[in-house]
Design a protein around this ligand. Structure first.
Ligand SMILES: [Zn+2]
Length: 149
C-alpha cells in the first residue's frame, strides 16, 4: 500500500524544509529509527508519517525518540508522575511528612528520568525525603521522652 505525500497539508516550516523527502518524492517511505531508551530498531511507517506531518503538523524532520513499547511505558509513567505532582501541588504541607507518598513518587520519577533526560524532580523529592528523615531523627528523643514519661 502506498501513502501519498500531500505537501499542502504540511506546516509551513515543513514545506520550506522538505525534510527527509526531495521535491520529486510523491510517497512516504518507512524511516529506520532507533529507540533512545532500549536502543532497539524500529520503523516509522508511512501511515504514521502521514498523520504526524499532515494531521498533527509535526515538523517534517521529526521522528519518534522511542519505540512503541517504551513509548507506552513512558505514557503510563507520565500519567502517574502527573498524578503525584497534582497531589503534591494541592497538599504539599501534609504530604511532605508522608514518607510513603514521597517514596512512591520517587520510584516513578526514577523510572521516568531516562525519558525526560533530566532527574531534577528526582533530586528535589530525594531532598524532601532526606529533610523528613532528619526532622524525624531530631524529634525522636523528645517523642521518646514524652512516651516514657
Ligand atoms: Zn524502546
Amino acid at each position: 500500500m502506498t501513502v501519498p505525500i500531500d505537501r499542502t497539508a504540511w506546516s509551513l516550516p515543513s514545506q520550506r524544509s522538505g525534510g527527509q523527502y526531495d521535491e520529486g518524492a510523491t510517497e512516504y517511505e518507512g524511516i529506520a529509527c532507533k529507540c533512545r531508551r532500549c536502543e532497539s530498531s524500529f520503523v516509522l511507517t508511512p501511515e504514521r508519517q502521514k498523520i504526524a506531518y499532515e494531521v498533527e503538523k509535526k515538523y517534517v524532520w521529526w521522528i519518534p525518540s522511542f519505540c512503541g513499547r517504551c513509548q507506552s511505558e513512558f505514557q503510563g509513567l507520565s500519567e502517574r508522575a502527573r498524578s503525584f505532582q497534582r497531589q503534591w501541588n494541592t497538599s504539599r504541607s501534609s504530604l511532605s511528612s508522608s514518607e510513603t507518598f514521597l517514596r512512591e513518587w520517587l520510584i516513578v520519577l526514577q523510572a521516568i528520568s531516562p525519558y525526560w533526560g533530566s532527574n531534577a524532580m528526582c533530586v528535589h523529592v530525594e531532598r524532601v525525603l532526606a529533610d523528613l528523615k532528619r526532622m524525624r531523627m531530631a524529634s525522636l528523643p523528645a517523642e521518646h521522652k514524652r512516651s516514657t514519661a
